[in-house]
Design a protein around this ligand. Structure first.
Ligand code: ISL
Length: 586
């Protein structure tokens, strides 16, 4: 292989420079409830985010994705919205929200809202009206069905389909006023909107335009690949030993998904200056669907969140059945997406979010190699092709919490799952072990701004127990320490901004599959960046024939996470070593 390949002109540079600001960007996810509390009620809020904007500016991120702050009964911490055009009082008011947008803009940070439109809260006026009568003008805004033929409403098996919900139990609940069932793929308080109805879609587009007019820069769209369902709603296959059928093939990536996304693009995004970003969360998405959805020529989304790589440490389709971490599988999965979206589409790059246990606890080695494994994982993600996302606290090397009992958990998914297990006869001990292995609450403990019990998060009692980090690892210790995890993230983000190869270079894997030692190149014109990461507690060897010898030995070191930086990229690679190399700039 020639050392420095000519980059295929797959991407339009004009697009990169003007409209597609996000190709050069790093995006920070804030889970507002756990970020910073400004009013002492124990719950993070918008005022608290404003107080920490300088921290985000220091980190250097270009945009913030804000998990939902809309009015909500908070059954699923805001992913159950009762009014899309109101800020929940727990988080603030429109005044504080507008201040946030303005203060962020002054620091060059854009605000991206979470858009949860596969479902609403059951307290949303649309649903209340829909539920009130079979003749309601909004009846068909949601999915209503009578009991299954030959059954009586309320008896077991009367649900219109046999599907199991994401949050345990059936996806249908009986509504007593009309005696019919409504569909909810998540909690019973999260009824699914019926996107088959044009009025629903246009109400959503109208709301999205309204938000963009307020000065936000785009949306992260919750489970957007679930909005088109097979209207026949067929039963799913019941896996051995399970109570419910698998409805996923019938309610995900449905027949009208691409049509709806394209319509949304035209109705909401086209002709907007500043070009807002459209990021689709798509559990279970295939590479092929992601290519179609993010092909710029088709005009749907800018990027999707796929889940393959974060499913490498559990049984297929069952997050509760954890398997040993396998960094070789993690690497192979990420590389498959790098190669799969190399010519068409764009990757979003992440290891953690508010639904995943802490990535450092899953894939790193926080006991033995806390700093090195945190920085190695970050290096792999940030130097790949795509837009990197930093989940709050990952830049501080946060790890899973040490919850001791069920009372400490808050998440509806964890609590429902525990109840289902014990109802089915599982011992409390076994149920606890299963739940705690994968609980989303691990990622939802408060940000540790300072040392000490509540970590400077709140003057009151935090809504969920804090998990104080080891001494020296809170934000105030890390921000000015050039050898901290925070500073490493800051440098990675800076590198993306200053060196076009990070945003635009073509990805090329250089090491074979099935190993946790990864070397890859990023190629642009006649230049190359070389990234080496060893995701293992064992040292490894990188053979000099990785590239042409004269190239390997001419490369200069850009960053290394070792106290004694290496002279060459090849040879012995230390446990969790990460290094970035560059052909000399010409
Ligand atoms: O969290 C998961 C598994 O533990 C995922 O299956 C998750 O439910 C899925 O990725 C969809 O997540 C999104 O929609 C949910 C919400 O609870 C999540 O917080 C959100 O990210 C329903 O709105």
């Amino acid at each position: 292989m020639s050392a420095v390949e000519k980059r295929r002109p797959a991407r339009s540079l004009a697009l990169v420079d003007d409209d597609a600001w996000w190709r050069r960007a790093a995006i920070y996810q804030i889970y507002p409830r756990s970020f910073n509390d400004s009013d002492g009620d124990g719950i993070g809020d918008i005022g608290g985010i404003i107080e920490r904007l300088d921290y985000l500016a220091r980190l250097g991120v270009d945009a913030v994705w804000l998990s939902p702050v809309y009015e909500s009964p908070q059954v699923d911490n805001g992913y159950d919205i009762s009014d899309y055009r109101t800020i929940d009082p727990v988080y603030g008011t429109f005044d504080t929200f507008d201040q946030l947008v303005e203060a962020a803009k002054q620091r060059g940070i854009r605000i991206i809202m979470d858009l949860v439109v596969n479902h609403t809260s059951d307290q949303h006026e649309w649903f209340r009206e829909s539920a009130s009568s079979v003749d309601s003008a909004r009846r068909d805004w949601y999915w209503w069905r009578p009991p299954r033929l030959g059954t009586v409403a309320g008896e077991s098996g009367a649900e219109p389909t046999n599907w199991g919900s994401f949050f345990t139990g059936p996806t249908w609940s009986l509504e007593p006023v009309t005696g019919q069932y409504y569909l909810h793929l998540f909690a019973r308080e999260q009824p699914d909107l019926n996107w088959e109805r044009p009025a629903v879609r246009h109400a959503v587009y109208d709301m999205m335009r309204w938000w963009l007019d307020r000065g936000i820069d785009g949306f992260r769209m919750d489970v957007i690949n679930l909005i088109s369902k097979d209207p026949d709603l067929p039963d799913g296959i019941v896996p051995a030993g399970k109570r419910h059928g698998d409805g996923f093939p019938h309610y995900s990536n449905g027949p009208r998904l691409h049509e709806f996304l394209a319509e949304m693009r035209t109705e909401v995004f086209a002709s907007r200056s500043g070009v807002p970003i459209a990021i689709g969360e798509m559990p279970g998405v295939t590479l092929e669907t992601a290519q179609r959805a993010t092909d710029p020529c088709r005009g749907e989304l800018d990027m999707v969140f796929q889940f393959d790589h974060v499913e490498t440490d559990h049984a297929p389709g069952n997050k509760w059945s954890r398997t040993a971490p396998d960094c070789a599988a993690l690497i192979d999965s990420l590389c498959r997406w790098q190669e799969g979206l190399a010519d068409v589409g764009w990757n979003s790059l992440y290891l953690g979010n508010h639904d995943q246990p802490r990535s450092l606890s899953r894939f790193g080695s926080p006991e033995r190699y806390w700093y090195r494994s945190a920085t190695a994982l970050a290096t792999m993600i940030h130097m790949m092709s795509g837009t990197p996302f930093v989940y709050q606290g990952d830049e501080l090397g946060m790890v899973n919490a040490e919850f001791e009992s069920l009372d400490a958990l808050r998440d509806v998914e964890s609590l429902n799952h525990y109840r289902a297990l014990t109802d089915a006869g599982e011992s409390p001990g076994n149920a606890w072990r299963e739940v705690i292995g994968a609980s989303r609450d691990h990622a939802r403990t408060p940000m540790p701004w300072t040392d000490g019990e509540s970590g400077g998060f709140s003057a009151g009692t935090p809504w969920i127990d804090p998990h104080p980090p080891a001494p020296g690892r809170s934000a105030d210790h890390q921000i000015d320490d050039p050898g901290s995890v925070f500073s490493w993230y800051r440098k990675l983000i800076e590198l993306r901004h200053v060196d076009p190869i990070v945003a635009l270079g073509r990805f090329r894997r250089l090491t074979p599959s099935a190993t946790s030692l990864l070397a890859f190149g990023r190629l642009l014109d006649d230049e190359m960046m070389l990234v080496v990461v060893n995701l293992s507690d064992e040292s490894g060897t990188l053979e000099p024939n990785l590239l042409e010898e004269k190239v390997v030995y001419a490369m200069s070191l850009v960053m290394s996470n070792l106290p004694q930086p290496p002279c060459f990229p090849v040879g012995t690679i230390e446990p969790w070593e990460a290094s970035i190399w560059r052909t000399p700039n010409t």
